[in-house]
Write a protein that binds this ligand. Structure first.
Ligand code: 5AD
Ligand code: SF4
Length: 392
């Protein structure tokens, strides 16, 4: 996969740099490299994650130069004369953020969880799934393949809340990945001590994906036994204060939730000022207490994306796998045409993917990684999107 565009450093101020991508200027933070004016870099999520040689940059830029402006035009054309709420949101996305689209890889490294959330197939009381864990070497091997062979620039390491991964183990994993691979590392490991997160930031992790699940405190505490809503919100705020990029949001369509709750969900996400909005439809799992619930419609999902874009025009909004699962044929495309500008590709090895059953029938898991990458790139080309980093 050659799906990343390098940029040229045109200004340096302390640990911040300005980068030029075909005339578009973006800012990024540089924590890891010694940089001079004119250097070429890759940035992700507003962080410089790799410095490359001018030759390598020129070769890649030459390929992109041919298509970048064509893609921009295609995106612009698709946003002309919007006819409904979804397309209005899409044209706001285009005006505010251009045709940039982030792609993150996600590695699901353990499906053990100490919690018992009513909505989730990984809950500890679900004895019917086969549990697995990857050790440091296996996690590293998969990240290395994704970064070096497939050219991923950002990886989310996701698991249930699995205490088998002690602070020492997680430090070892983060340290090895960040030292050896040019990648933005994002953690999605649940509610762990703030001190642990502090240490993992020091080792080089730079993002956290942690949803607050629902802004309705009563529902939160009903569906997440022994957990308190305020603790979750405080943790998300504290992680942001530590310097982490925060990806947060909610599940919608839970039984008992009202339309007003969803609006509050969007507002609460906005109040947390996240670097990425991550929200998706609830899909019932047959081995959970919410097995009999009905999933929300694709329309509600697109409506939620569009409203978020209209309320927070400059936000980054992810199309989640659960939306893709609601409508396997059109979910991703429609999400991107309703205001979203980011997506994830599952890089979990095929032998484990089906066991990471948060909900059944997950989209994309039947494809091989290369097939999935090709179909995503084909779709992004058809929509005129390009992987420039949006910066900070
Ligand atoms: N449907 C959709 N998303 C789910 N999650 C958990 N269970 C489900 C489900 N049944 C989401 C939660 C959690 C993330 C890892 O997966 O929002 O934060
Ligand atoms: Fe565990 Fe997260 Fe699933 Fe809850 S939603 S059971 S914390 S994996």
């Amino acid at each position: 996969m050659c799906y990343a565009i390098p940029g040229k450093v045109i200004e340096i101020k302390d640990s911040f740099v300005t980068i030029d991508y075909f005339g578009e200027r973006r800012k990024a933070k540089n924590d890891f490299y010694k940089l001079s004016l004119g250097d070429y870099i890759y940035a992700q999520g507003g962080f410089v994650i790799q410095k490359i040689s001018p030759q390598e940059a020129e070769e890649t830029l030459q390929l992109w130069r041919k298509i970048f402006f064509k893609l921009q035009k295609r995106d612009l054309k698709l946003t002309e004369r919007p006819k409904n709420l979804y397309r209005i949101a899409n044209s706001i996305r285009q005006k505010k953020l251009g045709n940039s689209c982030c792609i993150h890889g996600i590695l699901e490294f353990s499906n053990y969880c100490r919690n018992d959330c009513f909505y989730c197939g990984l809950r500890k009381s679900n004895y019917k799934i086969r549990r697995y864990r990857m050790d440091t070497e296996e996690i590293f091997k998969n990240c290395k393949y994704a970064v070096e062979e497939l050219n991923f620039k950002a990886i989310v390491l996701q698991s249930g809340e699995d205490l088998w991964y002690t602070e020492e183990k997680l430090e070892e994993i983060v340290k090895k990945i960040v030292r050896e691979l040019p990648v933005l590392l994002i953690l999605s490991i649940g509610e762990r001590d703030l001190k642990l997160y502090e240490d993992l930031y020091r080792e080089g992790a730079r993002g956290v994906l942690l949803r607050f699940e629902t802004s309705n405190k009563k529902l939160y505490e009903k569906y997440r036994p022994y957990h308190h809503f305020e603790d979750r919100i405080n943790l998300i705020k504290n992680l942001k204060d530590l310097g982490y990029l925060t990806f947060t949001g909610f599940l919608f369509g839970l039984p008992g939730e009202s339309k007003k709750d969803i609006l509050n969900d969007i507002r609460l996400t906005g109040d947390l000022n996240p670097d990425m909005f991550s929200f998706g439809p609830f899909i019932p799992h047959h081995h959970t207490p919410l097995a009999e619930a009905t999933p929300p419609t694709l329309e509600l999902a697109l409506d939620t994306i569009a409203r978020t874009r209209i309320m927070y025009p400059e936000s980054r909004i992810l199309v989640t796998t659960s939306l893709e699962t609601l409508d396997k044929k059109n979910g991703l495309r429609e999400g991107l045409l309703s205001g979203a500008n980011s997506l994830m590709i599952n890089i979990t090895p095929e032998e484990y993917r089906k066991d990471y059953e948060i909900y059944p029938g997950r989209a994309g898991i039947e494809l091989s990684l290369k097939e999935r990458i090709n179909s995503v790139i084909e779709l992004l080309n058809s929509l005129g999107r390009a992987p420039t980093d949006l910066g900070i």
